[in-house]
Design a protein around this ligand. Structure first.
Ligand code: HEM
Ligand SMILES: [Ca+2]
Length: 683
């Protein structure tokens, strides 16, 4: 299992037990000697940027009086790795997200999240949030049983492929260093012994006596391994992101140099693959599981199908470029193909997917649409590209509401499997990539609302067993154990009126739901951000935005603005270290998600023109794959002096491209040596 393997990989990443007792203001913040970081840490201790959150030492423990409105809290601090950069930013994006900005580690994998709002840990440092009257917050499972029941409301606009694309985006930009809560696990006993029912390493989700599902199976608690924090001297616990914060397709290419190397075939610029029934598939890892840039590739068959497609797209492009430029070596072909795949990924996400998530108006208002001709000038060196904890641990998770209990295999829905029990490896079977992708394209997703599918609440990772975990209770507990402030605080952040009584929520939450909240929480200031947000009524009545709630929309918009504006390699920038030529950009603009599927799935002959929408929505119709324009790669053809067709590369760019090529020859030698050393492993 990906989640249990993660747990074993990161035993070192947790603080020691003694620190549980270190109450007061510095227990967590003073553990500089316990670097506790995983994988290749050098513990450099370099303090790359100022303002490392020390202002938080005075953060109050009640959560009742939040920090000033909209403080973008800077939690940057000593990092686990200290990259040496050959130029900032170098011609091609480093795989680990380093060296993108003047602060060389900003956005790098293994570094802490930023925050929209200052955390409200119970002790100001690391203990999970409690109620403002110090009353315990309700069990997340109790909240789920009352408010997040399973009601089937199909989405009128977007399909399940839209949901799945969102999950891939999530996997590109956030991965906690933790494991998924498990029934009656060791953390249950450990947290029970602690005064506030949580230690530094463990928390718990109590299963109520009258639970309609888990009690039948003898489950009384889901033990929560708390997310490991960074190793910084911040004044509070700050979790760290194990993948690159940038929208850089790190789920395809890996977020660290070792993984990136292991994913490569080391010839022709290709990614490693297996051939089964004459088709390319994801390679196997040493345990025999599917291997991709992100460990979560196996969470659903839908994910593994799209990962397979992206692998094929990379290799299709690498082969095409090799045909046009026989003089390019493996490194050059890999980097150029990767650059195109990342461009496609960013373009489809911003141009085609995001408007249906946050609304077309919000995209326009916030300047989030990529350039449709020429170049963009939108980059800002000052913009912080990091993923915000509030976004990753609450706002973006609200799209778990879109998930269906059963997934279609094929476009009619006559064949289906449950979302948790359909094994990811099913895609290795003949024609199953096609069946899974067609299922997603033609099955609507669920509506974005308070209702959640039973499968993910009762049987997450059950893999055929009678019960599994609860994803929605997990979302709630993560918010608390990460110290996220309450719903009322985010109302204020997002320009809504702060409620001073329960009735103050009635602008956006129904009377019935307010009543239920009152039975669960002692005070309006206690309501979890994730829970309150999910209860809000739809604010965009045009039905062209999937997101329903203002408190999520404002955080999501801010995040996508920063991923775009803060990325020096964003694909449409003139200022990028190696900008695409205008002719190349024009070709990239032809690419769509539908075409991506058409080009890489044998047997797929017709698709919805817009891959994210249900057929019929805004005239969305089925089209022949052959009718969709495809990219022409001639503008990538280069003569041996290094200039490209239609290129207006400056001599400086040419020089930097030559430097890169010669620089990478030695990297390539090194990587093939390492590969030899690992041959037994990787075959
Ligand atoms: C079938 C679909 C999905 C499944 C089975 C699934 C499952 C999971 C699981 C098991 C976790 C880990 C929870 C934890 O331990 O804290 C998670 C986290 C998360 N999910 Fe999903 N998810 C799905 C779809 C989505 C979608 C559609 C989105 C957003 C559009 C999304 C966004 C997230 C985010 C942001 C996290 C936090 C990841 C991290 O920081 O480690 N997920 N999901
Ligand atoms: Ca990334």
């Amino acid at each position: 299992q990906w989640y249990s393997r993660r747990r074993s990989q990161q035993q070192q990443a947790q603080p020691t037990a003694q620190q549980t007792s270190s109450g007061g203001g510095n227990g967590y913040g003073s553990r500089s000697s316990n670097s506790g970081s995983s994988g290749g840490s050098s513990g450099s201790g370099s303090n790359g940027s100022s303002g490392n959150g020390s202002s938080g030492s005075g953060s109050n423990s009640s959560g009742a009086t939040p920090a000033s409105n909209d403080p973008t809290v800077d939690v940057s601090c000593p990092r686990s790795r200290s990259p040496s950069c050959q130029g900032v930013p170098p011609p091609f994006r480093p795989n680990d997200g380093s060296c993108h900005k003047a602060d060389r580690v900003l956005g790098m994998s293994g570094t802490p999240y930023t925050r929209v709002r200052r955390p409200v840990y119970a002790d100001g440092v690391h203990a999970p949030r409690v109620g403002v009257t110090r009353a315990a917050l309700p069990s997340p499972r109790e909240v789920v049983n009352r408010l997040h029941i399973d009601v089937d409301v199909p989405n009128p606009v977007v399909n399940h492929f839209f949901m799945n694309w969102g999950q891939l985006v999530a996997h590109d930009i956030t991965l906690l260093d933790t494991a998924f809560p498990e029934a009656n696990s060791g953390c249950c006993a450990e947290s029970l012994r602690a005064a506030n029912r949580a230690t530094i390493t463990c928390a718990r989700i109590d299963i109520p006596n009258n639970d309609p599902f888990f009690r039948r199976h003898g489950v009384t608690c889901l033990g929560v391994q708390r997310s490991a924090s960074n190793t910084c001297q911040t004044s509070w616990r700050e979790q760290r992101n194990m993948v690159t914060h940038y929208l850089d397709a790190s789920h395809v290419y890996g977020s660290d140099p070792t993984k990136a190397r292991n994913l490569r075939a080391n010839q022709g610029g290709l990614l490693r693959f297996r051939t089964i029934n004459g088709e390319q598939h994801l390679p196997a890892d040493p345990q025999g599981d599917l291997f991709a840039g992100d460990i979560r590739v196996v969470v659903t068959a839908m994910l593994s199908a799209v990962h397979t497609t992206l692998l094929r797209e990379h290799n299709r492009i690498a082969r095409t470029l090799a045909g046009l430029n026989p003089h390019w070596d493996d490194e050059r072909l890999y980097q150029e193909a990767r650059r195109v795949v990342i461009a496609q990924w960013q373009q489809i996400t911003y141009r085609d997917w995001l408007p249906w998530l946050i609304g077309h108006d919000a995209v326009a208002r916030n300047n989030l649409r990529p350039a449709q001709s020429g170049y963009s000038q939108a980059y800002s060196a000052q913009t912080d590209p990091r993923t915000a904890n509030d976004f990753a641990s609450a706002a973006f998770r609200s799209f778990h509401s879109l998930i269906q209990n059963n997934i279609w295999l094929g476009r009619s829905g006559r064949q289906a499997g449950t979302v948790v029990d359909t094994p990811a490896a099913i895609v290795l079977q003949n024609n199953m990539v096609q069946a899974v992708v067609e299922g997603m394209l033609y099955q609507p997703s669920q509506e974005q609302d308070q209702y959640m599918a039973d499968q993910i609440k009762n049987r997450m990772f059950a893999n055929g067993a009678a019960f599994g975990g609860d994803l929605i209770s997990t979302d709630i507990i993560r918010g608390r154990e990460h110290g996220l402030p309450s719903y009322n605080d985010y109302r204020q952040t997002c320009g809504l009126r702060r409620a001073t009584s329960w009735n103050g929520f009635s602008d956006l939450i129904s009377a019935r739901n307010i009543q239920l909240l009152q039975t669960l929480y002692a005070h309006p200031d206690d309501v979890d951000y994730y829970v309150g947000g999910l209860l809000e009524r739809r604010f965009d009545t045009s039905n062209t935005a999937t997101i329903t709630s203002p408190v999520f929309q404002c955080v999501v918009v801010d995040q996508f603005r920063r991923y775009k504006e803060g990325d020096p390699y964003f694909y449409d920038l003139a200022s990028s270290p190696r900008p695409f030529t205008p002719a190349q950009l024009q070709e990239i603009r032809k690419q769509t998600a539908s075409k991506l599927m058409c080009d890489n799935i044998r047997g797929l002959n017709t698709v919805p023109r817009n891959a994210f929408l249900k057929i019929g929505v805004q005239g969305n119709s089925e089209v022949q794959c052959s009718q969709l324009p495809g990219m022409d790669f001639t503008p990538w053809q280069e003569n041996r002096s290094g200039s490209q067709q239609g290129s207006q590369q400056s001599s400086q760019q040419r020089q930097s491209s030559q430097r890169q090529t010669s620089g990478t020859n030695s990297q390539q030698r090194q990587s093939s040596q390492q590969r030899n050393a690992q041959r037994g492993w990787w075959g």
